[in-house]
Design a protein around this ligand. Structure first.
Ligand code: NAP
Ligand code: G4F
Length: 345
C-alpha cells in the first residue's frame, strides 16, 4: 500500500487529488486539514466513510503538527496543496502569505529531511511566480518576476524546494501550475464568482425578479485557465519520475476575464454587450437593457499580473500529460454546476 499525505484536503486541488488517488486500491490517503471551529469539509464529505481515507490535523504555520505527521506516518508521498491561495488577499495579509506559503513549505522540507527522507514531496507552485512577464508563452525557464506578496512567497518556496533537492538528495518538486478552476473552486476567485453570479442572474430572469449586477475589477487581465481535475494527474506524474524535475502545467492558451463573462452568459442564452470605459464600463443585456456587470474598483489590485499564458510542452512530451477539458467546456461545466443542471463531459 502506498501512503500519501495531502495537505489542503478541504480545498479544490487537495480534494480532487484525493479522488484521483483513491481510484487506485493500492493508495491510502491521509487528508490533512487545519482545525477550524466550524468545519468546511464540503469538498471531502463524500470520502467520510472511505476505508482508505483518514483525516489528520496539520497546520502549515505549526511546525510541531508537520513534524508529528511525518514522524508518525512516514508516508511515501507528501503533497502540499495547503496555502493562503487568494492573491488579492496577499496585500492585506502579506505576513500570513509568507508564513503559510513559504515558511510552511520550509517546515515540510525540514520535517522530511529530519524524519522521513524517503518521502517524495510536491509543492504547489504558481504561474504568479512569473508575474510581470517578459515573453509569451511562459515556460519553466521564464524568470521569476512576482507582482504580489503571494507570488513572492511562492518564488521563495520554489528556491527552497530546489535547495533541499540539491543539498539532501530529497525527491522534491515544485510544479508551476497556471490557473485551474472547476466546480469546487472557491467563490472569491474570478471564474467561480462569475459563474455563481450568472446562475443568480439567470434565476432572477426566470422568476422575473429584480437583481443586482455582478461587480468585477480588471476585465482585461488574461489567464491560462484549465480544469483542476486535469491537473492532479500531472502533479502525480511529476511525483513519479525517475528523478525529480519541475514542470509547468497549462492549457497553452490565454483568455481575458471579459471573455469568461461573455461565454458564461451565453451558456444561459443571455446576450449581452459592453458599453462605457474604465470604471464606467458595464455589460448590458441587449434585450432588456438591464445591467449584468458593473466595475467595482475595490477589486482592482495594487499591482496586476496582466497576462499569463503557459507553455507546457515539456510536461506533454516528457510526462505524457495533457489537459482534456477545453476552455469553453470548462465554462459550460461551471455554469451548469452552479445552476444544478446536468453536465456531460
Ligand atoms: P484552495 O482551494 O484555496 O485550498 C487551499 C487549502 O489550503 C485549503 O484546504 C485551506 O484550508 C488550506 N490551508 C490554508 N492555510 C492553511 C494552513 N495554515 N494550514 C493548513 N492548511 C491550510 O486552493 P487550490 O486552488 O486548491 O490550490 C492548491 C494549491 O495550489 C495552493 O497552494 C495554491 O496556492 C496553488 N495553486 C493554485 C492554482 C489554481 O489555479 N487553483 C494555480 C497555481 C497554484 P481551509 O479550508 O481550512 O481554508
Ligand atoms: O481568479 P483570480 O483571483 O486568480 P489569480 O489572481 O490569477 O490567482 C489564481 O491563480 C494563480 C495561478 O496563476 C494561483 F497561484 C492562485 O492561487 C489563484 O488560484 O484572479 C484572476 C484575474 C486577476 O487578474 C484579477 O485582477 O481576474 C481579475 N479579476 C477581475 N475582477 C478579479 C475580479 N479577480 C477576483 N478574484 N475577483 C474579481 O472581482
Amino acid at each position: 500500500m502506498k501512503t500519501i499525505i495531502i495537505t489542503g484536503i478541504t480545498g479544490q486541488d487537495g480534494s480532487h487529488m484525493a479522488d484521483f488517488l483513491l481510484k487506485d486500491p493500492n493508495n491510502f490517503v491521509y487528508g490533512a486539514h487545519r482545525h477550524l471551529s466550524v468545519e468546511n469539509h464540503d469538498n471531502i464529505k463524500h470520502l467520510k466513510d472511505h476505508p482508505r481515507f483518514q483525516k489528520i490535523e496539520l497546520d502549515l504555520t505549526d511546525v510541531e503538527s508537520i513534524n508529528n505527521a511525518l514522524k508518525q506516518y512516514r508516508p511515501n508521498y507528501f503533497i502540499n496543496f495547503a496555502a493562503n491561495s487568494f492573491v488579492g488577499n496577499s496585500w492585506k495579509m502579506p505576513i500570513n502569505h509568507m508564513q503559510t506559503n513559504c515558511m510552511g513549505v520550509l517546515s515540510c522540507l525540514e520535517a522530511i529531511k529530519n524524519f522521513s527522507s524517503h518521502t517524495r514531496f510536491y509543492n504547489a507552485g504558481s504561474s504568479e511566480q512569473f508575474g510581470d512577464v517578459i515573453y509569451s508563452p511562459q515556460d519553466i525557464n521564464h524568470p521569476f518576476r512576482p507582482r504580489s506578496p503571494y507570488g513572492a512567497a511562492k518564488c521563495a518556496a520554489h528556491h527552497l524546494v530546489k535547495v533541499y533537492r540539491d543539498s539532501y538528495n530529497i525527491y522534491a518538486v515544485q510544479g508551476v501550475l497556471f490557473n485551474h478552476e472547476g466546480v469546487r473552486r472557491g467563490e472569491d476567485f474570478v471564474t467561480r464568482k462569475i459563474t455563481k453570479n450568472v446562475a443568480r442572474i439567470y434565476n432572477a430572469f426566470i422568476l422575473r425578479e429584480p437583481f443586482l449586477p455582478m461587480e468585477l475589477g480588471n476585465l482585461d487581465a488574461k489567464r491560462d485557465w484549465s480544469d483542476a481535475e486535469d491537473f492532479v494527474r500531472g502533479v502525480w506524474l511529476m511525483l513519479n519520475q525517475d528523478s525529480p524535475k519541475d514542470y509547468v502545467l497549462s492549457a497553452n492558451e490565454t483568455h481575458s476575464v471579459r471573455e469568461f463573462v461573455e461565454l458564461s452568459f451565453k451558456e444561459v442564452q443571455i446576450d449581452g454587450e459592453w458599453s462605457g470605459d474604465g470604471i464606467k464600463e458595464m455589460f448590458i443585456d441587449k434585450r432588456t437593457k438591464q445591467k449584468l456587470v458593473i466595475i467595482n474598483p475595490t477589486f482592482y489590485r495594487p499591482a496586476e499580473v496582466d497576462l499569463l499564458w503557459g507553455d507546457s510542452t515539456p510536461a506533454r512530451e516528457e510526462l505524457g500529460w495533457s489537459p482534456k477539458t477545453s476552455f469553453p467546456k470548462l465554462v459550460e461545466k461551471m455554469v451548469a454546476s452552479d445552476l444544478g443542471w446536468p453536465y456531460n463531459s
